[in-house]
Design a binder for this molecule. Structure first.
Ligand code: HEC
Length: 147
């Protein structure tokens, strides 16, 4: 083993990775509070009187199918936010892992910057059609979303 691979290097690498993942989590949370909570509220429950949907439940199901992943990146609050693609992937993953534990599929793949970039570049004129396509695809799999 070369001196550069001593235990202290392994230990500091592990620490570095822990710090990095803590930073990513924290960035997602802060970004959510700054960019999304004004409408969806800090706990993600939304506001029915203002037609702002809850972010609990449905997004987790959506994240498991391609139509839903397109919807999640193209919904106006996300597609037109000032966040860049990497930042959108972080805030989406934070929202999914924190508000949708019960509905996220076991096979959940976190969003990457590349996926967000490709999907978000498409700006559908009628987002409700994208949502309907996702709802139909989920229904075909036996999952009914209540809207
Ligand atoms: C200006 C208010 C506003 C802001 C800011 C906003 N949203 Fe929204 N969001 C809405 C409204 C209203 C809807 C429902 C209408 C629609 O589909 O466009 C919605 C829909 C959504 C949906 C779809 C939910 C579903 O089940 O249909 C998701 C996911 C979402 N927003 C996430 C976010 C995230 C993440 C952010 C921050 C990056 C954000 N929103 C910022 C108002 C907002």
């Amino acid at each position: 083993m070369s001196p550069r691979c001593g235990w202290h290097v392994v230990a500091s690498l592990a620490l570095c990775m822990m710090v990095q993942s803590a930073r990513a989590t924290d960035f997602g949370r802060q970004s959510y509070l700054l960019n999304c909570a004004g409408c969806h509220l800090p706990d993600g429950r939304g506001s029915a009187p203002n037609d702002v949907p809850s972010l609990h439940g449905a997004p987790g199901h959506m994240a498991g199918i391609p139509e839903g992943r397109a919807f999640l990146t193209q919904v106006p609050g996300i597609a037109y936010s000032s966040l860049n693609d990497a930042e959108v992937s972080e805030v989406l993953n934070w929202m999914l892992l924190n508000f949708n534990k019960d509905t996220l599929p076991a096979s959940f793949q976190p969003f990457t910057e590349q996926e967000v970039k490709a999907l978000r570049a498409q700006r559908p004129a009628e987002i409700f059609k994208v949502r309907r396509a996702a709802i139909e695809a989920l229904r075909a799999k036996g999952v009914t979303l209540n809207y």
